[in-house]
Design a protein around this ligand. Structure first.
Ligand code: MN
Length: 497
């Protein structure tokens, strides 16, 4: 199976080091060693349910990420990700040893905790935490994906019921998030590893079908790859690679569900030929050459370079009547587009870029997040046939320092102020949203940066704020403050006993 090769079979630190050597400096590797020794000591004497030392799990998590040539701090956090939760070593010790950046990521992971299913309400509450952690630092989610992928690959050791729940959650929640973050590789891994535990019968059927279709096409496609490589090279196009891209099991299954089992011979992209060239110009040049050789099917040319998919995916796809009239799909992209398509948002932490918390330009991302969340809740309500209101319409807004506050839809600056602190609420005298002064009853939107203007001399809230507040918390604090105000006034006129 295609994904198996990407999961370390026998996770060990030496292999991780050889992966890191491909892109890290000696200083980075020294750091990895220190972190590893620390984590190994912390987990000493702990074992996995699937057998083997516990430390193999954080190593495997780090190895999955090192495949993407990701920033060393993320690798370090991956190695340490279960330490505060599962050992006696504290987050403070981690911070003292390895600094704030790594500690912050681990804090995020620990905050998420292990999503345990104990009734829908608590589950949703946990999910909500996940979105907040994600908005605070998206690197937390990247580590979480790798963590989950490795856990799925050893899920056999768990009881059946638990297996099903974890697999379903990965399929319905984690994979769609990975997809929205443009992380194609993790999305496929999460789906293909979960599929057999969620729907074993369909899985088996799809696997067999796919296998026989693939072997049918193998020799033919090899021939085509040779033809197109020669042709492109002759025209002076610098080829980086030409290879077959097999559709993942689960996305093949999704396509069958859309088209129907009877139309399986009309699924042309079970294997596509992927062409990776040097730059964008060569992408279009290659498209021209393919169309000169073979006639394209109408309506099947998709230029995701000039019009990328919402998750940022870039490529050109075209489907042609190829040699012997057989139908073949080609996907053309340059190296940068390729990495972005595989790693998505994680590509931002490729090599050296420092992933400080939520860069200003990514504040747009909060809007996306609210969207994803809505999607997932729709799915969840299908799953559990439950309407879960309090999770349903949440927005994510930011303090000027970049902290995330999650509020219900239509929440106002008053809600925001009380969520930060009762005193901020009581002394609130105005608000700026994205540097613009706005009135206190204006509904906030995801991604807004909210700055509360405080008047130290203000005595307390005004009566009409109760109408503007949307959260229970703000309303009750306003009421309490108003009552206190009255009672302190009463105290003056009523003689003490
Ligand atoms: Mn873990």
């Amino acid at each position: 199976m295609p994904y198996e090769s990407r999961i370390p079979k026998n996770p060990n630190f030496d292999d991780l080091v050889s992966q890191l050597k491909k892109y890290c400096s000696p200083t980075d590797i020294d750091l990895a060693r220190l972190v590893y020794d620390f984590a190994e000591k912390a987990h000493q004497g702990q074992y996995r349910k699937s057998g083997g030392l516990y430390i193999t799990h954080p190593i495997a998590t780090a190895q999955l990420l090192a495949n993407m040539k990701i920033d060393i701090n993320i690798i370090a956090a991956a190695l340490l990700h279960d330490v505060p939760e599962d050992t006696n070593v504290t987050l403070e010790e981690i911070e003292k040893n390895f600094g704030q950046d790594i500690a912050t990521m681990i804090k995020g992971i620990t905050k998420l905790g292990k999503l345990k299913y104990r009734g829908v309400e608590r589950y949703i509450e946990n999910l909500r935490k996940m979105f907040v952690a994600m908005a605070e630092d998206i690197r937390v989610m990247i580590i979480k994906f790798a963590d989950r992928v490795h856990n799925l690959s050893t899920i056999e050791a768990l009881p059946i019921k638990k297996r099903f729940r974890i697999a379903l959650e990965s399929l319905e929640i984690y994979a769609p998030i990975a997809n929205r973050l443009g992380m194609g590789e993790f999305k496929s891994l999460l789906e293909d590893l979960s599929f057999p535990y969620v729907n074993p019968k369909e899985y088996e059927k799809v696997r067999q079908t796919r296998k026989s279709l693939l072997s049918e096409r193998e020799i033919y496609l090899k021939k085509i790859m040779k033809v197109i490589s020669d042709e492109l090279t002759d025209t002076g196009i610098k080829l980086i690679s030409v290879h077959g891209r097999e559709k993942s099991l689960y996305s093949f299954y999704q396509k069958i569900l859309r088209k129907g089992w009877e139309n399986i011979d009309k699924i042309y992209d079970i294997v596509a030929i992927r062409i990776i060239v040097n730059d964008m110009g060569d992408c279009y040049a290659s498209l021209g050459i393919i169309h000169k050789l073979w006639r394209p099917l109408t309506g099947r040319i998709k230029d995701y370079i000039s019009q990328p998919k919402p998750n940022g995916y870039k490529s050109i796809h075209t489907t042609v009547f190829c040699v012997e009239g057989k139908i073949v799909e080609f996907q053309i992209r340059d190296q940068k587009m390729h990495e972005e398509a595989e790693y998505g948002i994680a590509a931002h932490w490729h090599y050296d870029e420092k992933g400080s918390r939520l860069p200003a330009k990514d504040i747009m991302w909060a809007k996306e997040l609210a969207d994803i969340q809505k999607n997932i809740v729709e799915k969840l309500s299908d799953m559990d046939e439950l309407k879960v209101d309090f999770f349903k319409n949440r927005i994510f807004v930011f303090t000027p320092q970049g902290d995330v506050i999650d509020l219900p839809e239509d929440a106002t600056p008053i809600d925001f102020a009380y969520h930060i602190h009762t005193d901020i609420g009581n002394r609130c005298n105005g608000a700026k949203v994205n540097d613009q002064l706005i009135s206190l009853d204006t509904p906030l939107k995801s991604g807004d940066v909210v700055d509360i203007i405080v008047d130290k001399n203000r005595k307390g809230p005004s009566q009409d704020w109760i109408k503007s507040a949307k959260t229970h918390l703000a309303k009750s604090r306003i009421k309490t403050s108003l009552k206190n105000e009255k009672s302190s006034w009463l105290k003056i006129i009523l003689p003490k006993k």
